[in-house]
Design a binder for this molecule. Structure first.
Ligand code: G3I
Length: 305
């Protein structure tokens, strides 16, 4: 196959990208989007601040441009993200206790109901675990509403859209030996044992020299899958260039292909110039939209998987 999506489809997987609504008028961007990808994540437009700028007043117009463009082109959509400690609307940032818990649950219910039937998988909760060696939860206003906030979020999402896959999504959970990875693993194991509705775990996979692709990546993905959830690489980008970068992209792709329940890979942007990183060249297309060496290595890995 000669596109990322077609190559991924050979093994029943998808290949996606983050999309920014304000780039949907850029012909080069849309051309690559429509040609190469079959899954779309809104880079910012489906976050809490974007969808509920005033309490209980929802604003879906910009997000819908992304969702409708994707569905119109036969692509699927990963929803990102129903509950997160960042990119909360101002009115929510200083809330606490029962008021915040109810506001979060209302947000999840309203948004997941609005998009019911259109979302392949929701990142129900994003980035709830702490960095460092504790393996515990991150402190946040949501965490301070009670340790059960994550399972409450998943139950609300399941009620609102029973057919969407429900994911927990985080970063720096790639290395099996890291405390954060173990913390998330223990939560998922606990959720599965108690019947909390969780279907998938997203690994953001933002890699750079300080956080390289770990040699045990396949082990991490397989161990999570063995808990009975799908795993997905949800925000992939890798700093660097040339053959070194290409080899790392190839390794990540092969790690997913080696895990039956790794259902797809999403890169966090199309061209290097579309990346959230202020500098660097972490994506598969250069600023002019040309395929990079990293693109070729991913495509050939998908074709031989
Ligand atoms: O839209 C406003 C614009 O009106 C304003 O003029 C401008 C001035 O700064 O800011 C614009 O908002 C920015 C927004 O991106 C849209 O471009 C925010 O400042 C900026 O903080 C925001 O950054 C996003 C970041 O999440 C916020 O946390 C990045 O685009 C987005 O790529 C990044 O994505 C996250 C995932 O959601 C979760 N995992 C990590 C990943 C990378 O940080």
């Amino acid at each position: 196959a000669d596109t990322l999506a077609a190559a991924a489809q050979q093994s029943g997987r998808y290949f996606g990208t983050a999309v920014a609504a304000n780039k949907l008028g850029d012909g080069t961007y849309v051309n690559i989007l429509n040609r190469e990808f079959d899954m779309v994540t809104a880079e910012n437009e489906m976050k809490m601040d974007a969808l509920e700028p005033n309490q209980n007043q929802f604003s879906y117009g910009t997000a819908d441009r992304i969702v409708n463009q994707a569905i119109g082109q036969g692509k699927r959509v990963r929803g990102h993200a129903l509950a997160w400690h960042m990119q909360q609307p101002g009115w929510m940032q200083n809330m606490g206790g029962t008021q915040l818990r109810n506001a979060m649950l209302n947000h999840i219910t309203q948004v997941a109901t609005y998009y019911r039937g259109k979302i392949y998988a929701w990142d129900v909760v994003n980035e709830a675990f702490a960095d460092g060696n504790s393996g515990g939860r991150r402190d946040s206003n949501l965490q301070r509403t009670g340790n059960d906030w994550i399972e409450a979020a998943f139950r609300a999402a399941r009620s609102a859209d029973p057919n969407a896959k429900l994911c927990y999504n985080d970063y720096n959970t790639d290395n099996w030996s890291h405390a954060k990875t173990q913390g998330v693993y223990n939560m998922v194991r606990d959720f599965k044992s108690r019947g909390v509705p969780i279907d998938c775990v997203g690994f953001q996979a933002h890699f750079n020299s300080g956080n390289p692709v770990p040699s045990n990546y396949h082990t991490t993905l397989q161990n999570f899958a063995d808990l009975g959830v799908d795993v997905q690489i949800t925000e992939l980008d890798i700093e660097g260039s040339g053959s070194s970068q290409a080899q790392q992209f190839q390794g990540v792709t092969q790690a997913c292909l080696a895990v039956a329940r790794c259902t797809g890979i999403t890169v966090w942007g199309i061209r290097d110039s579309d990346s959230w990183r202020a500098s660097g060249t972490p994506l598969l297309f250069d600023g002019s939209g040309n395929k990079k060496q990293a693109y070729n290595s991913v495509l050939s890995a998908l074709n031989s998987g």
